[in-house]
Design a protein around this ligand. Structure first.
Ligand SMILES: Cc1cc2nc3c(=O)[nH]c(=O)nc-3n(C[C@H](O)[C@H](O)[C@H](O)COP(=O)(O)OP(=O)(O)OC[C@H]3O[C@@H](n4cnc5c(N)ncnc54)[C@H](O)[C@@H]3O)c2cc1C
Length: 459
């Protein structure tokens, strides 16, 4: 027997639950299907656990550096890894349970646990059950990529997901991948007390950032004793008496780095290969992402794809925004499009890097007249008071429209301060909208109007 619903949502990531509850509130009988843990990546193995671990790592860093603030600590600082993990698990459980009880407690929502697979464009199978609905929403997210590195089948390795089960201190963690996820783990484990080496295949860390940003982040990490090996080639791994040997070059010495543990952090793939998309006729691109239009509709009418699975964003906030776009178009008769949003994100190292809009490289390539404002964190009162003066703030402005094109803030409180810029950009206002604003002293944000008062042409 086929169970009939008004809507089916596959996956409880950052878009699915909110959408299911919204649809149910609009009177639609909605089924939502989850095969693992409620809340998906961000809640269970992504943002929430990593930022909880980053907080423990920062506590260790503050304790070790307490003397610089005139605080005496007797004895060595020791990190209790089982307790660090238990704290992370407690915080994750609150969120996971919150999502599950929210869904189960919402009238018109039917929660189904199991792996969903399309039988046709209107029918989804979950184990022995067959469901149908005129509207189906895919929010199945992604998982870590396991790259084809020689020898990988013969060694134990970790991914960002299995790192969540680690409750011990690796003696020497080798992190393959010098982008967001890899750098956050690298710094946190260094602060917990591990030796850490980052192995990156390209010539610099976070290689799609501007060179200046990559270099500054590298210096921050190296200053904490993290090893960085760039331009790694001929990658291969093998067992070693002391753990795992990672070949990083065929020519340059040292050709091999030996560590106790290996973390692969080289990107993510969408969860689309086991969804039966071919049976439904839903198109994917060469990398497996579901092809969607500007309103997130797939190639099959009546089926939408939201979140990481559509390749239009890789963040919690982009997935949630996908929900808002779909809900606005379907339920509020309000036209909203993906192309209306501009990129915003942060790298949660300490200090964090926050970015909005264009990089300097993109602004140059746009052949506009570009103005730039810049301020070193060493010239920000809040940063000096806190003794954390690394980094800088940079804002790029269109010299003709006076609108902000982009910003990169690297430094203490950067992830919060950037929202001054994000809000002005979203308002479609010129930078002068905050040029005369009175900001609170002493904060990082207080220097943003000052910085905008010191714009000069980008050389
Ligand atoms: C280590 C790490 C750190 C991160 N940190 C940040 C951060 O700080 N900020 C940020 O914005 N983003 C961060 N992200 C990214 C963020 O987690 C994702 O972008 C976000 O979770 C959006 O995912 P989603 O909504 O697409 O789906 P997901 O959260 O991936 O959820 C998809 C759900 O669908 C389920 N599912 C999959 N296939 C099926 C199926 N066939 N049947 C039933 N259920 C299925 C899965 O079990 C999962 O629960 C991080 C990611 C990682 C890995």
């Amino acid at each position: 027997m086929t169970e009939e619903f008004d809507a089916i949502v596959i996956g409880t990531g950052q878009a699915g639950p909110a959408l299911a509850v919204r649809l149910a509130g609009a009177g639609c009988e909605t089924a939502i299907i989850e095969r693992k843990r409620f809340g998906g990546t961000c809640v269970n193995v992504g943002c929430i656990p990593t930022k909880t671990l980053v907080a423990s790592a920062r506590a260790a860093w503050v304790a070790r550096n307490a003397a610089a603030y005139g605080v005496a600590m007797d004895g060595a600082v020791r990190v209790d890894m089982p307790r660090v993990k238990a704290r992370k698990d407690e915080i994750v459980a609150q969120s996971t349970n919150g999502v599950e009880s929210w869904l189960r407690g919402t009238p018109n929502v039917t929660v189904i646990e199991g792996h969903a697979r399309f039988e046709s464009s209107r029918v989804v199978r979950v184990d022995g059950r067959q469901l149908t609905a005129p509207r189906i929403f895919i929010n199945t997210g992604g998982r870590p990529t396991v790259p084809p590195i020689g020898g990988l089948a013969d060694v134990d390795y970790l991914t960002s997901t299995s790192m969540m089960d680690v409750d011990f201190l690796p003696e020497h963690l080798i992190v393959v991948g010098g982008s967001y996820i890899g750098l956050e783990f690298a710094q946190m484990y260094r602060r917990f007390g591990s030796r850490v080496t980052i192995v990156e295949m390209t010539p610099r860390l976070i290689s799609h950032e501007d060179e200046e940003v990559s270099q500054a982040v590298r210096e921050i990490l190296e200053a904490e004793g993290i090893g960085v090996r760039l331009n790694a080639r001929c990658l291969a791994v093998e067992r070693h008496a002391n753990g795992i040997a990672v070949r990083v070059s065929c020519e340059e010495e040292p050709r091999t780095i030996v560590g106790s543990h290996l973390l692969l952090a080289v990107g993510r793939v969408p969860n689309t290969d086991d969804l039966g998309l071919d049976r439904a006729g839903i198109a994917t691109d060469a990398r497996g992402f579901i092809v969607v239009d500007d309103e997130l509709a797939t190639s099959v009418p009546g089926v939408w794809a939201l979140g990481d699975v559509n390749g239009r964003g890789t963040f919690t906030h982009t997935s949630f925004n996908d929900y808002e776009i779909v809900a606005a178009n379907l339920l509020d008769n309000e036209a909203r499009r993906v192309s209306d949003r501009f990129p915003v994100y942060a790298l949660f190292t300490d200090p964090p890097l926050a970015r909005a809009g264009m990089t300097e490289r993109e602004a140059r390539a746009s052949s506009r007249l570009v103005l730039v404002g810049r301020r070193a964190m060493a010239r920000v009162g809040r940063a000096r008071e806190r003794g954390e003066t690394k980094g800088f703030m940079q804002v790029l402005v269109d010299g003709e429209t006076r609108k902000i094109l982009g910003a990169a803030f690297l430094g203490i409180e950067a992830d919060e301060a950037i929202h001054c810029i994000i809000d002005v950009m979203n308002a479609g206002a010129p930078y002068t909208a905050i040029r005369r604003a009175v900001h609170i002293h002493p904060t990082v944000s207080e220097l943003i109007p000052t910085l905008l008062g010191e714009l000069s042409p980008l050389q």
